[in-house]
Design a protein around this ligand. Sequence first.
Ligand code: CA
Length: 230
Amino acid sequence: MPAHKVLIVEDDAHIRRLLRVALERAGHAVSEASTAREGLSLVDIAKPDAVLLDLGLPDRDGLEMIQLIKARSQATVLVVSARDETAEKVAALDLGADDYLIKPFDTEELLARLRTAFRHRLATQAERVNVTAGDVEIDLEHRRVRRGGEVIHLPPKEYDVLAELAKRPDRVIGHAHLLRTVWGPAHESHVDYLRIVIRGLRQKLEQDAAVPRLLINEPGVGYRLATGER
Ligand code: CA
């Protein structure tokens, strides 16, 4: 993986050191902040490619930080949170966080998440018109899905949900986002619609619909299209 600039915003010195060691070993240039205030000024000065953001900061709400970072920078935001709360993960993703990790985390997992984030940063949504996951190919330009080379005909809602996931592969897409995009803003809370559509997709696309490997459920949060590239 080419070297990137990574900013750590974290008030716990021990975790900062852990992150720094792992990131530097992977060849990244690291800067550190222990407060939100310091973090925001480093976003401007160091112009990081990615920000590892702790949600529990002393001087500002971490969720608010996501918006402030996204407003002033193109950096990938990876939330690193001690709080394993579903509502918070959903909020973080809805506010524009690219991914999240729960403490304590494995540094290999962190580096893998970063690699995925950087790869998707290069292949922007517009460029990425063909997405492959297992033996399934999704051609976003022609709205065509193939499995093992054979065209699979999907009902419109199934295609639309799959396409939304395929636009940001390997990343969790929140229920609310999928419902808003595919069904419209009035249906944001109808998670049951989504469940039915995912079940239909799994029957058509998974080797074994009972053991999904492509359409991964993140309980209470959303779904992820696993490309296996990670
Ligand atoms: Ca903290």
